[in-house]
Design a protein. Structure first.
Length: 281
């Protein structure tokens, strides 16, 4: 996880792990078929909306970062109706927002366009794991919240795609004599609550939801990742292309090591959800 830094002219730039321009292109590409593979986004959005229901207050102005196709707005209407006055949907991808009703804004989680102390609630559904400086993004969110404003963010954690990563590393070691980075790194859940504390939030809470999805072939997993806009956008590209031979060996190892009795292969996704409040006097 990149080191945090307050924004300013003399602040050191965070490490550039991800190509944000490429990530936007991948999301634009995924927009048309996103509904065919939005099960993780919907699950996380429903969980975030459900956390608002027991809170004994309402939120006049809220922003949904990484809104994608609007799963949080739909979940909010079911899980916590009346909790939010105005919901602004934001996304890095303009194509994801195209045709959505209500207030919308194309926005980068790394450069939030909201005025200080202008919002009561910020939610982020499966977007923060693509930011180069997670703590820096959280600092911006905290500044945009009014005192006692609430932040809830869900992102993919370190166990995500463990089967794919293990199989790919083994195939590369076998064929190429070594392994490089082809799958994006994910944050360790043990560090999750600390991210909010470092960003200045109070009463931080971190929860984990582990989801296992099965496929009849690993290629179907890669297709889902493409439809989600979740394929790797590492800034430092692997020096060797992903060849057909390497991919086929990866699939063989995946099936040999992880397939169940029915022949289907599992894919693990770890959804880490953070909850924190902007400090009040």
């Amino acid at each position: 996880m990149p080191a945090p830094s307050e924004s300013g002219p003399n602040a050191p730039a965070p490490p550039r792990l991800f190509d944000r321009a490429l990530h936007r292109l991948r999301l634009d590409r995924a927009a048309a078929g996103f509904a065919d593979a939005d099960f993780l986004h919907r699950r996380a959005a429903e969980d975030v909306a459900g956390r608002l229901a027991p809170i004994m207050r309402s939120f006049s102005v809220a922003v949904d970062l990484s809104a994608r196709a609007g799963a949080f707005a739909e979940a909010l209407a079911v899980e916590a109706p009346g909790k939010v006055g105005t919901l602004i949907e934001a996304d890095l991808s303009p194509r994801m927002l195209a045709g959505r009703p209500g207030p919308r804004v194309v926005a980068d989680e790394e450069r939030l366009p909201f005025a200080p102390a202008s919002l009561d609630l910020i939610v982020s559904v499966l977007g923060l794991h693509w930011t180069n400086d997670v703590v820096g993004a959280l600092i911006q969110a905290r500044r945009a919240l009014r005192p006692d404003g609430l932040f809830i963010g869900a992102f993919l954690g370190g166990v995500t795609l463990t089967e794919l990563r293990q199989s790919l590393v083994a195939a590369e070691s076998e064929i190429l004599g070594g392994a490089g980075s082809r799958v994006s790194p994910f944050a360790d859940v043990r560090d999750a609550a600390g991210l909010l504390q470092r960003a200045g939030f109070v009463q931080p809470v971190a929860d984990v939801d582990t989801v296992t999805v099965t496929y009849d072939h690993p290629l179907k997993l890669l297709l889902d990742l493409r439809r989600m806009g979740e394929t790797s956008v590492l800034a430092d590209r692997h020096p060797r292309n992903l060849t057909r031979a390497l991919l086929e060996r990866t699939f063989q190892l995946y099936a040999e090591r992880f397939a169940g009795a029915d022949g289907r292969v599992p894919a693990t996704f770890e959804i880490v959800t953070l909850t924190g409040w902007a400090p009040a006097a």
